[in-house]
Write a protein that binds this ligand. Structure first.
Ligand code: KMH
Ligand code: ZN
Length: 282
């Protein structure tokens, strides 16, 4: 599917960086940005080399995942002050976060929020996204004028997105931006075939989409996304090795690789202003 309904140059590539996630322990991976200072530094470094949006999970003083509202609010302010990146807060949190806390993330007033379209097995855990929760979060995003990014872990999530848009209409601003999250143990596989199948069934209202492949699926998914005209999400939330047996040094390295892959596909990194146009943000 081609990108539709956007004034943005079709050669421009949206690179989203997901620098932290909720699954990796700082003790196991000290280069993971978990403090606000580390997150801001990472954000600046990644913006400098071509990222235009940041997908944010935060940690507490013990580096554990948290959805503490004051911390989220401070994080949004710090990222806005020190970068021009589109700030997207995760409403997925960790698999242990209660649904009520995940709804409250919107109180921190980010530019964008992730919105996962259904429950999925997540390794040995369950990432819970019951349909009524999805509907509540979506309606709240419309009310608060936060632009959602629909996270699609499975083909069933694509079907759920059809249902959601049919029932509740378009998001705030009118852009329907999706991210295919592929290769999670329990979700769709991180293969070119699965990406093609998912893209073929995206709702007609979709205006842009990106893809990310977890772990060893990162490269096949990135290459498949570029070949189908999609955008890229990269970062230490999704992959911790740059090649087999070699740890990622920092998030900037993953953004630089995304820029290089995009360059081979004759796509240039989108600016933050172009990302705001793509996502129809003011
Ligand atoms: N940490 C995962 C359980 C999101 O950010 O919205 C969920 C996740 C998706 O990362
Ligand atoms: Zn996330």
């Amino acid at each position: 599917m081609e990108q539709r309904s956007s004034a943005v140059d079709p050669q421009a590539l949206l690179i989203t960086v997901a620098p932290t996630g909720a699954e990796t322990a700082k003790a196991d991976f000290p280069q993971l940005p978990t403090t606000l200072e580390e997150l801001v530094q990472t954000a600046q470094d990644c913006e400098a080399v071509g990222a235009a949006m940041i997908h944010v999970h935060i940690r507490d003083d013990e580096h554990r995942p948290t959805l503490d509202l004051a911390r989220l609010t401070d994080t949004v302010a710090a990222l806005r002050e020190s970068t021009d990146l589109v700030v997207q807060l995760s409403t997925g949190g960790s698999v242990h976060d209660p649904l009520e806390d995940r709804l409250k993330v919107l109180d921190a007033a980010p530019d964008s929020c992730s919105l996962t379209m259904g429950t999925t097995n997540f390794g040995d855990d369950v990432f819970s996204n019951p349909w009524p929760f999805v509907c509540d979060l979506y309606q709240l995003s419309q009310e608060r004028q936060v632009v959602p990014e629909f996270e699609l872990f499975d083909l069933g999530h694509v079907a759920a997105l059809h249902r959601l848009l049919d029932r509740y209409g378009l998001p705030h601003g009118g852009a329907v931006h999706c991210d295919l999250v592929m290769g999670v143990p329990g979700g769709m596989p991180g293969t070119a075939d699965a990406l093609v199948a998912a893209v073929a069934t995206l709702p007609g209202q979709v205006t842009s989409w990106s893809a990310t492949g977890i772990g060893r699926t990162t490269l096949p998914v990135a290459l498949a996304s570029l070949s189908k005209g999609g955008h890229l999400r990269v970062g230490m939330e999704d992959v911790l090795t740059i090649r087999k047996g070699e740890q990622v040094v920092n998030n900037r390295q993953l953004v630089e690789r995304a820029v290089a892959l995009g360059d081979l596909a004759q796509r240039r990194p989108m600016t933050t202003a172009e990302a705001r146009t793509l996502l129809r943000m003011k």
